[in-house]
Design a protein around this ligand. Sequence first.
Ligand SMILES: Cc1cc2nc3c(=O)[nH]c(=O)nc-3n(C[C@H](O)[C@H](O)[C@H](O)COP(=O)(O)O)c2cc1C
Length: 330
Amino acid sequence: MKLATHYLGLKLRNPLIVGASPFSDNTHVACQLQDAGAAAIVMRSLFEEQIDAEQRALTHHVETAAESTSEATSYFPAFEEYQLTPDRYLRQLEQLKASLTIPVIASLNGYRPGGWTDYARRFETAGADAIELNLYQLTTDPEVSGDEVEADMLETVKSVTTSVKIPVAVKLSAFHTSPAQFASSLEHAGAAGVVVFNRFYQPDFNIEELEVEPQLKLSDSSDLLLRLRWLAILSPHVRGSLGATGGVHTSEDVVKALLAGAHGVQLVSVLLKHGPRIITSLLNGLQEWMTQRGYQSVDELRGTMNLRRCPDPAAYERANYQRILQSWRV
Ligand SMILES: Cc1cc2nc3c(=O)[nH]c(=O)nc-3n(C[C@H](O)[C@H](O)[C@H](O)COP(=O)(O)O)c2cc1C
């Protein structure tokens, strides 16, 4: 049975990838993930704001040392709060490359064009096999249109893809008016693949203290449903690779992501809950499912439930939404 797959032009021994997270900070843990069967690892992100802050601090240091603390009022984490400084990031990338045989994908996180995208070239020089560019943004300014935000994103993607030879995947949020059109624009801008979707961390209200509480809840399998639908819709159109991230917790979830059209299936929450060895059992479950149904390879089953190939494409579309609402009686 062939579990091997291609993702962003990289040959992977199977579709399971460790998603962007703290797992890449510790080389020993990364080796355990590889030993358990992970086929690639995405590093945690280096952020646009973090790189800009470093570049500003350097400029201030050189030009106006007395003003070097002027960023203290920023809402963003202070420079030292980030787990890896840009320099440490590059060294960690080199260390992962020296210790692992699986591909290492470095992650940049930001969406406005700027000098921070130079780090793509530094990632390439440090040995990254690919880059995942996370376009996470949250526009709260009512003067800024969706078109403007997407234009900034496409320019950012272009500046990254034209500065490196390694493949660049773009990690998307689900909140685009026309994700299929935007995915195709990303490919025109040079993206080798699209990863769906960013998982938004949703602040809660504390009604005793009247405070907003930031919180990070790990996902469960229900988070996968939104991804499945859009993987299935994008799969017939995207010429490059599709990555799934969000809500993959069981071998059934892995099978579903592949049926919807994913080339790479990323794991984070499930690894935080159960540790590296869960990868082996996910792979065993995938193999068992494939054996029972006579599939010889992952390539054979990929996309068989996508919008073009599934027996009931209307299930993904507006028609079914109406049917479901009409089916309820009280
Ligand atoms: C603790 C933690 C740290 C994360 N750090 C990053 C990051 O630096 N960059 C990024 O693109 N995604 C990051 N993510 C998001 C994950 O890569 C992933 O997209 C998300 O958790 C959904 O996948 P899951 O359901 O398997 O957890 C992080 C997630 C967690 C839980």
